[in-house]
Design a binder for this molecule. Structure first.
Ligand code: G3P
Length: 219
């Protein structure tokens, strides 16, 4: 399973990259705003800075909601770097944009997916990735992981090449559950990725190994 980090924070992206497990980055307008990145020139410059930091795909979301605006923005984003994946919302004009970009060989990520039907449409339109939001479904007492499983099954039934990118992953159990059911990619915060490291028996076991080594040396 590929690990993407869901942030526009360069320090966090660098930390995940240095850990050696990072396969890509996803961003969205809220994450860009959180970093204080505003204005077209700054936004494009920031996406380029992210691309320069990572080996892998970098999702950059369009703001426009008309087909014309999505195409104009998406083409401009795609020109920035080969790593750019144009992120398009799951709306009617977005489906048309997915088809357009797919025919032009521009990678896409269809975002705000909350149902299997939406994921099926995105795959038929040629999306490179679909992003079902696990955490936001859990937030409304709906099983986000079950949706990932349903989409994985549908795509396997028909050999769709679209990759299932489990988004809105919030904690390490989400990552493990996504891996168990065969999601192609997960994207989450650095905290969810580094939480996979933790086990109290690892900490106590290492402390004992080091103490025994010290004791033996002291004899
Ligand atoms: O990639 C989508 C993701 O950013 C949404 O995450 O935690 O805001 O639901 P969250």
């Amino acid at each position: 399973m590929k690990f993407f980090i869901d942030t526009a924070n360069l320090a966090e992206i660098r930390e995940a990259q240095e850990l050696g497990v990072l396969d890509g980055v996803t961003t969205n307008p809220s994450l860009m705003a959180k970093e204080g990145i505003t204005g077209k020139a700054n936004i494009l410059h920031h996406y380029k800075a992210i691309c320069d930091l990572v080996d892998g795909d970098v999702s950059a979301e369009v703001i426009g909601v008309t087909l014309h605006d999505m195409i104009r923005e998406g083409e401009e984003l795609a020109e920035l770097d080969d790593k750019i994946v144009v992120k398009v919302p799951m709306i009617k004009e977005g489906v048309k944009a997915l088809k357009y970009f797919s025919e032009k060989g521009i990678k896409t990520n269809c975002t705000l997916i909350f149902s299997a039907g939406q994921a099926l449409l995105a795959a038929k339109a040629g999306a490179t990735y679909v992003s079902p939001f696990v955490g936001r479904l859990d937030d409304i007492s709906t099983d986000g992981i079950a949706l990932i499983e349903q989409i994985v099954t549908i795509y396997r039934n028909y050999n769709y090449e679209t990759e299932v990118l489990a988004a809105s992953v919030r904690h390490p159990m989400h990552i493990i559950q996504c891996a168990e059911i065969g999601a192609d990619v997960m994207t989450g915060p650095l905290s969810a990725i580094t939480a996979l490291l933790n086990h109290p028996l690892t900490d106590s076991g290492l402390a004992k190994f080091l103490a025994d080594h010290q004791k033996a040396g002291a004899k």
